[in-house]
Design a protein around this ligand. Sequence first.
Ligand SMILES: [Zn+2]
Length: 265
Amino acid sequence: MRTLLATAAALCLACAGGPAPGGALPPEGSRVLDLSHAYDADTIFWPTEEGFVLETEFDGVTPGGWYYSAHRFRSAEHGGTHIDAPIHFFAGGRTVDEIPPEQLMGEGVSIDVSQVCASDRDHLIGVADLEAWESRHGEIPHGAIVLLRTGFGRFWPDRVRYLGTDERGAGAVAKLHFPGLDPDAARWLVEERGIRAVGLDTASIDRGQSTTFLSHRTLFEKNVPAFENLAGLDALPPRGFRVIALPMKIRGGSGGPLRVVAIVP
Ligand SMILES: [Zn+2]
């Protein structure tokens, strides 16, 4: 059947005189990198959240003789690889279903700050870090999706190494230690570089020790969403790739699960 389909597809291409206008998607020779963690019982959520729960409704052979599988899941919006919609920290901001898809796809840059974050878990990724990257790789393009590689993705799903604590509940929040974006750098990315979105491989765009969540607020006032708990950033080149980040379309949602990929030529 697969061979038949392949033959039919080949014939169809041949009769149409070649590939469709615009070429294959993803473009031939390019790689698609998955930047999302899977959701399971080990998925990291904020210490105050329950986590991801998957319940089996049915899994097996039905009385009718066919196989059938179905589950139901329960999850906070903010856990695993997810998007923060602007309304998460700004009353006038867009809800997740209101973010235009055009804002969630575009040219990506990957800024490696893993070295400094390895020696300082509380590092604030500052304008100086971003300018150091620019001096080597050129200016961050207007409308870019900026991915910050702290290196903490390699700790997933070890909560102690990733979050700084495996304690749960409100009392654990003060014990969070992981790097994040400096609010001044958030403002610089929005105002000086006009970015589409920003993401990183930690649990929050503000560092773990933040108590004011000012980077969240700075970004979201300008309707720039954030991607959190990204996976696989170490496989990205500094620039020259595209990002597609499509979240679950929850009406009125402040965020939600995000399937994000990079297309690398
Ligand atoms: Zn979030």
